[in-house]
Design a protein around this ligand. Structure first.
Ligand code: GDP
Ligand code: MG
Length: 216
Protein backbone atom coordinates (compact mmCIF):
# COMPACT_ATOMS: atom_id res chain seq x y z
CA UNK A 1 0.00 0.00 0.00
CA UNK A 2 2.73 2.46 1.01
CA UNK A 3 4.78 1.55 -2.04
CA UNK A 4 1.90 2.38 -4.36
CA UNK A 5 1.51 5.80 -2.74
CA UNK A 6 5.23 6.60 -2.98
CA UNK A 7 5.30 5.49 -6.62
CA UNK A 8 2.32 7.76 -7.38
CA UNK A 9 3.97 10.73 -5.68
CA UNK A 10 7.18 10.15 -7.62
CA UNK A 11 5.24 10.11 -10.89
CA UNK A 12 3.21 13.20 -9.93
CA UNK A 13 6.42 15.09 -9.18
CA UNK A 14 7.90 13.85 -12.46
CA UNK A 15 4.85 15.00 -14.43
CA UNK A 16 5.10 18.47 -12.86
CA UNK A 17 8.73 18.84 -14.02
CA UNK A 18 7.85 17.33 -17.42
CA UNK A 19 5.23 20.08 -17.83
CA UNK A 20 7.96 22.64 -17.12
CA UNK A 21 10.27 21.04 -19.70
CA UNK A 22 7.43 20.98 -22.25
CA UNK A 23 6.73 24.70 -21.69
CA UNK A 24 10.43 25.47 -22.22
CA UNK A 25 10.53 23.39 -25.42
CA UNK A 26 7.41 25.13 -26.68
CA UNK A 27 8.85 28.60 -25.92
CA UNK A 28 11.92 27.68 -27.99
CA UNK A 29 9.91 26.14 -30.87
CA UNK A 30 11.74 22.87 -30.30
CA UNK A 31 10.46 19.51 -31.52
CA UNK A 32 11.52 16.90 -28.96
CA UNK A 33 11.47 13.12 -29.23
CA UNK A 34 12.19 10.48 -26.61
CA UNK A 35 13.89 7.49 -28.25
CA UNK A 36 13.24 4.24 -26.36
CA UNK A 37 14.07 0.56 -26.91
CA UNK A 38 15.77 -2.42 -25.35
CA UNK A 39 19.60 -2.26 -25.22
CA UNK A 40 21.25 -2.70 -28.60
CA UNK A 41 18.22 -2.18 -30.87
CA UNK A 42 20.06 0.62 -32.64
CA UNK A 43 18.98 3.90 -31.01
CA UNK A 44 22.43 5.50 -31.26
CA UNK A 45 22.94 4.09 -34.75
CA UNK A 46 19.64 5.64 -35.90
CA UNK A 47 20.77 8.93 -34.35
CA UNK A 48 24.08 8.71 -36.23
CA UNK A 49 22.34 7.95 -39.54
CA UNK A 50 19.85 10.79 -38.89
CA UNK A 51 22.61 13.34 -38.17
CA UNK A 52 24.49 12.14 -41.23
CA UNK A 53 21.34 12.51 -43.37
CA UNK A 54 20.60 16.06 -42.13
CA UNK A 55 24.28 16.91 -42.55
CA UNK A 56 23.92 19.98 -40.27
CA UNK A 57 21.12 21.40 -42.48
CA UNK A 58 18.73 20.81 -39.55
CA UNK A 59 20.16 22.00 -36.21
CA UNK A 60 19.87 19.07 -33.81
CA UNK A 61 20.90 18.63 -30.16
CA UNK A 62 21.05 15.31 -28.33
CA UNK A 63 20.69 14.17 -24.72
CA UNK A 64 22.13 10.70 -24.14
CA UNK A 65 20.98 8.55 -21.24
CA UNK A 66 22.99 5.52 -20.15
CA UNK A 67 23.51 3.50 -16.99
CA UNK A 68 27.29 3.93 -17.36
CA UNK A 69 29.87 5.43 -19.78
CA UNK A 70 29.75 8.35 -22.19
CA UNK A 71 30.37 6.11 -25.22
CA UNK A 72 27.15 7.19 -26.96
CA UNK A 73 27.82 10.92 -26.40
CA UNK A 74 31.27 10.40 -27.93
CA UNK A 75 29.66 8.77 -30.98
CA UNK A 76 27.28 11.74 -31.39
CA UNK A 77 29.96 14.40 -30.82
CA UNK A 78 31.71 13.17 -34.00
CA UNK A 79 28.83 14.75 -35.94
CA UNK A 80 29.58 18.24 -34.54
CA UNK A 81 26.29 18.05 -32.67
CA UNK A 82 25.71 19.54 -29.20
CA UNK A 83 25.33 16.59 -26.84
CA UNK A 84 25.05 15.99 -23.09
CA UNK A 85 25.47 12.59 -21.48
CA UNK A 86 23.37 11.68 -18.46
CA UNK A 87 24.84 8.73 -16.51
CA UNK A 88 22.12 7.27 -14.30
CA UNK A 89 24.52 5.10 -12.23
CA UNK A 90 22.25 2.10 -12.32
CA UNK A 91 18.95 3.93 -12.86
CA UNK A 92 16.89 2.13 -15.51
CA UNK A 93 15.23 5.20 -17.08
CA UNK A 94 15.57 8.96 -17.50
CA UNK A 95 13.20 11.19 -15.59
CA UNK A 96 12.10 14.76 -16.21
CA UNK A 97 14.42 16.19 -13.52
CA UNK A 98 17.51 14.55 -15.07
CA UNK A 99 16.52 16.05 -18.42
CA UNK A 100 15.85 19.46 -16.86
CA UNK A 101 19.33 19.40 -15.29
CA UNK A 102 20.94 18.29 -18.57
CA UNK A 103 19.23 21.17 -20.41
CA UNK A 104 21.31 23.54 -18.27
CA UNK A 105 24.45 22.27 -20.07
CA UNK A 106 23.03 22.49 -23.60
CA UNK A 107 23.01 25.63 -25.70
CA UNK A 108 19.65 25.39 -27.44
CA UNK A 109 20.08 28.63 -29.39
CA UNK A 110 18.95 27.96 -32.97
CA UNK A 111 18.25 24.26 -32.28
CA UNK A 112 15.03 22.95 -33.88
CA UNK A 113 15.14 19.28 -32.96
CA UNK A 114 16.12 17.71 -29.64
CA UNK A 115 16.49 13.95 -29.51
CA UNK A 116 16.67 12.27 -26.11
CA UNK A 117 18.07 8.73 -26.21
CA UNK A 118 16.67 6.99 -23.16
CA UNK A 119 18.31 4.18 -21.19
CA UNK A 120 17.94 0.85 -23.01
CA UNK A 121 14.96 -0.77 -21.33
CA UNK A 122 11.49 -1.65 -22.63
CA UNK A 123 9.77 -1.31 -19.25
CA UNK A 124 10.59 1.67 -16.99
CA UNK A 125 10.99 4.51 -19.53
CA UNK A 126 7.36 4.05 -20.61
CA UNK A 127 6.12 5.52 -17.29
CA UNK A 128 8.21 8.68 -17.32
CA UNK A 129 7.14 11.72 -19.31
CA UNK A 130 10.21 13.88 -20.03
CA UNK A 131 8.26 16.71 -21.66
CA UNK A 132 8.76 15.29 -25.16
CA UNK A 133 6.32 15.70 -28.04
CA UNK A 134 6.37 11.95 -28.62
CA UNK A 135 8.05 8.68 -27.78
CA UNK A 136 9.64 6.78 -30.64
CA UNK A 137 10.15 3.08 -29.92
CA UNK A 138 12.80 1.10 -31.79
CA UNK A 139 12.36 -2.67 -32.15
CA UNK A 140 15.05 -4.58 -34.00
CA UNK A 141 14.50 -7.75 -35.99
CA UNK A 142 17.04 -9.56 -33.79
CA UNK A 143 14.61 -9.30 -30.84
CA UNK A 144 11.98 -11.42 -32.59
CA UNK A 145 8.41 -10.43 -33.40
CA UNK A 146 6.70 -10.91 -30.02
CA UNK A 147 8.09 -7.95 -28.03
CA UNK A 148 5.09 -5.62 -28.55
CA UNK A 149 2.88 -8.24 -26.91
CA UNK A 150 5.34 -8.86 -24.06
CA UNK A 151 6.05 -5.17 -23.34
CA UNK A 152 2.76 -3.52 -24.38
CA UNK A 153 3.08 -0.33 -22.28
CA UNK A 154 6.03 0.92 -24.28
CA UNK A 155 4.20 0.41 -27.58
CA UNK A 156 1.01 1.96 -26.15
CA UNK A 157 2.84 5.11 -25.07
CA UNK A 158 4.79 5.52 -28.33
CA UNK A 159 3.59 7.42 -31.40
CA UNK A 160 6.16 5.94 -33.78
CA UNK A 161 7.70 2.48 -34.22
CA UNK A 162 11.01 2.07 -36.03
CA UNK A 163 11.67 -1.54 -37.00
CA UNK A 164 15.47 -1.54 -37.28
CA UNK A 165 18.03 -4.05 -38.62
CA UNK A 166 15.82 -5.09 -41.52
CA UNK A 167 19.05 -6.07 -43.32
CA UNK A 168 19.21 -9.04 -40.93
CA UNK A 169 15.74 -10.40 -41.75
CA UNK A 170 17.09 -13.26 -43.89
CA UNK A 171 19.17 -14.52 -40.95
CA UNK A 172 16.95 -14.13 -37.88
CA UNK A 173 13.75 -15.71 -36.62
CA UNK A 174 11.59 -12.67 -37.05
CA UNK A 175 8.49 -12.31 -39.17
CA UNK A 176 8.35 -8.62 -40.10
CA UNK A 177 4.62 -8.66 -40.85
CA UNK A 178 3.90 -10.37 -37.51
CA UNK A 179 6.06 -7.84 -35.65
CA UNK A 180 4.18 -4.91 -37.21
CA UNK A 181 0.78 -6.57 -36.69
CA UNK A 182 1.59 -7.24 -33.01
CA UNK A 183 2.61 -3.62 -32.51
CA UNK A 184 -0.49 -2.30 -34.28
CA UNK A 185 -2.69 -4.63 -32.22
CA UNK A 186 -1.36 -2.88 -29.10
CA UNK A 187 -1.50 0.60 -30.64
CA UNK A 188 -3.29 0.99 -33.99
CA UNK A 189 -2.20 4.66 -34.22
CA UNK A 190 1.53 3.81 -34.42
CA UNK A 191 3.34 5.24 -37.41
CA UNK A 192 5.78 2.58 -38.63
CA UNK A 193 9.16 2.95 -40.32
CA UNK A 194 11.49 0.14 -41.39
CA UNK A 195 15.19 0.93 -41.30
CA UNK A 196 18.64 -0.51 -41.64
CA UNK A 197 21.52 1.50 -40.26
CA UNK A 198 23.99 -0.58 -42.26
CA UNK A 199 22.40 -0.26 -45.73
CA UNK A 200 20.67 3.06 -44.80
CA UNK A 201 17.40 1.70 -46.17
CA UNK A 202 14.44 3.67 -44.77
CA UNK A 203 16.58 6.40 -43.20
CA UNK A 204 15.48 9.04 -45.74
CA UNK A 205 11.78 8.28 -45.12
CA UNK A 206 12.27 8.51 -41.34
CA UNK A 207 14.25 11.77 -41.59
CA UNK A 208 11.74 13.37 -43.98
CA UNK A 209 8.92 12.58 -41.61
CA UNK A 210 10.96 13.93 -38.69
CA UNK A 211 11.65 17.14 -40.60
CA UNK A 212 7.97 17.54 -41.47
CA UNK A 213 7.26 17.77 -37.72
CA UNK A 214 9.66 20.67 -37.07
CA UNK A 215 8.00 23.86 -35.99
CA UNK A 216 8.22 26.80 -38.40
N1 GDP B 1 23.10 -5.31 -38.96
C1 GDP B 1 22.71 -4.20 -38.34
N2 GDP B 1 23.31 -3.84 -37.18
C2 GDP B 1 22.89 -2.70 -36.58
C3 GDP B 1 21.87 -1.88 -37.11
N3 GDP B 1 21.65 -0.83 -36.28
C4 GDP B 1 22.53 -0.99 -35.27
N4 GDP B 1 23.28 -2.10 -35.44
C5 GDP B 1 24.34 -2.62 -34.54
O1 GDP B 1 23.70 -3.00 -33.31
C6 GDP B 1 24.57 -2.73 -32.21
C7 GDP B 1 23.86 -1.85 -31.19
O2 GDP B 1 23.59 -0.58 -31.78
P1 GDP B 1 23.44 0.75 -30.93
O3 GDP B 1 23.14 1.84 -31.90
O4 GDP B 1 24.59 0.94 -30.02
O5 GDP B 1 22.11 0.40 -30.08
P2 GDP B 1 21.47 1.14 -28.80
O6 GDP B 1 21.97 0.40 -27.60
O7 GDP B 1 19.98 0.96 -28.96
O8 GDP B 1 21.88 2.57 -28.85
C8 GDP B 1 25.81 -2.08 -32.80
O9 GDP B 1 26.80 -3.08 -32.97
C9 GDP B 1 25.34 -1.56 -34.15
O10 GDP B 1 26.37 -1.46 -35.11
C10 GDP B 1 21.25 -2.29 -38.35
O11 GDP B 1 20.33 -1.66 -38.88
N5 GDP B 1 21.70 -3.45 -38.90
MG1 MG C 1 22.80 3.81 -27.39
Amino acid sequence: MTIVTVERKVLEKNDEIARRNRALFSSKNLFVINLVSSPGSGKTSILERTLEFFNRRVPVAVIEGDVQTDFDAQRIARYQTPVVQIVTNGGCHLDAKLVEDALGSLNLEGIRLLIIENVGNLVCPSNYDLGEAMKVVVASTTEGDDKPLKYPAMFQHASVLIVNKIDLLPYVNCNLEALKANALKINPALRVFETSCTTRSGIAAWCSWLESNLKP
